[in-house]
Design a protein around this ligand. Structure first.
Ligand code: ATP
Ligand code: MG
Length: 372
């Protein structure tokens, strides 16, 4: 079957046009951090390719001899919210299930059985201790969607992930990578006791935060080039500056435009049709109109009052110091970590790409007035 541009979930290289996930970050740096037994954060906005990268890294490590790597997505904890017991037990379950595929059922099952009587505040750390002891090699643990956890549950998970740090790698994971949209340091966690603590203080062993970047123009060309190589369908040269401006390399947007123009616009399934910038423009309009999950998530984020203030500043032609005074640096960091705005040294902040710019203008015109 022809491969296609992926617009839903992690990339699968056999099915989707794919840029090598391991070349999207500094693999040497990550391997060094793991070798040095560091705990660190990998973060990026929604649909940037975080999960695709973690899965590729897991497979890369498991194909080699040094470690056993496991990927666990704790997204389900979102439903349990502040039920700490359910979130902690859920996290143990996810890790155990993922381990089954890598080392068989016996070790994870025994580790899990050994912690059934543990209190919710120690169950996860006890499980990781038992697991690490039983495994023949040091464990590397990837926790994805860490910021889907909130409040007391998040605090408990973070504290338990650092609890055995001093005993690694024989009795605790060699390395733990937390992955989400925001840098853990920047969370403000509201506990039920009314305390506000920062993610940094709950996970104060973090050695580093790495941010996964967007595609470069060359990478966009390479990705679209895979379609041309496999189907013979060409893109007019003018398409590339257009795609760049529309997306500035945001991975989902790049794929969504590619999919729209080569697949959803049915007349273009005839591979002798050369894709033109005008077709690209129509593809963009259709994507904006359709409100796929990515667009919806971006719009929801933009609707938050603090994010609106930052966006207003980014779209205003004249830098308005009154606006600036109303915006905290936390708001700007949050807008940037969510991919809404671009921050470059020495430049004023601006909206990340022209599609988001259009979305924000539409949002603004739907409101009488955006509260500043
Ligand atoms: N290696 C890649 N090559 C090409 N496109 C990619 C690659 N990785 C990710 N993408 C694009 O990014 C989208 C999201 O990928 P993935 O689910 O890995 O990202 P994510 O950051 O984990 O997303 P989410 O925030 O939803 O968890 C894919 O659907 C695809 O469009
Ligand atoms: Mg993901």
């Amino acid at each position: 079957m022809e491969r296609f541009f992926n617009t839903a979930g992690p990339n699968i290289a056999e099915d989707n046009y794919t840029l090598d996930p391991l070349s999207r970050f500094d693999l040497d740096e990550i391997l060094t951090l793991i070798r040095q037994k560091r705990y660190f954060v990998l973060h990026a906005p929604r649909q940037t390719g975080k999960t695709s990268c973690l899965l590729a890294l897991r497979d890369y490590l498991n194909e080699r001899d040094d470690y056993i790597a496991v990927y666990a997505n704790v997204e389900d904890g979102q439903a349990a919210r502040n039920n700490v017991g359910a979130v902690v037990a859920g996290t143990v379950n996810v890790i155990a299930t993922e381990m089954d595929d890598i080392v068989g059922e016996d070790i994870p099952r025994a580790a899990k059985a050994g912690v059934q009587d543990e209190n919710e505040s120690t169950m996860l750390s006890a499980f990781l201790t038992k697991l690490s002891k039983a495994l023949p090699k040091p464990l590397v643990l990837f926790i994805d969607e860490i910021d889907s956890l909130v409040g007391d549950s998040l605090v408990s998970v973070l504290r338990q992930l650092r609890a055995g740090y001093a005993d690694r790698p024989a009795h605790f994971p060699q390395s733990i990578v937390l992955c989400g949209v925001r840098d853990v340091r920047d969370y403000r966690i509201h506990t039920t006791s009314g305390e506000i603590i920062t993610g940094g203080s709950a996970f104060n062993i973090k050695a580093k935060s790495l941010r996964l970047g967007d595609f470069s123009l060359d990478e966009i060309r390479a990705l679209y080039g895979q379609h041309t190589a496999e189907t013979g369908q060409r893109f007019d040269e003018g398409c590339f500056p257009f795609v760049w401006q529309a997306t500035e390399g945001q991975p989902w947007l790049v794929n969504a435009l590619g999919n729209e123009v080569t697949n959803e616009m049915r007349e273009n399934r005839d591979r002798s049709v050369v894709i033109t910038p005008e077709m690209m423009y129509r593809a963009q309009e259709r994507i904006i109109y359709r409100r796929d999950t990515h667009i919806d998530q971006i719009l929801e984020k933009m609707k938050e009052p603090a994010m609106q203030r930052v966006m207003n500043m980014a779209v205003s032609k004249d830098f308005d110091i009154a606006l600036a005074n109303d915006i905290t640096s936390d708001d700007i960091i949050e807008a940037n970590e969510n991919g809404l705005i671009t921050l470059q040294r020495g430049q004023r902040l601006r909206v990340a790409n022209s599609i988001y710019n259009t979305l924000f203008k539409e949002l603004a015109s739907n409101h009488e007035r955006i509260t500043i």
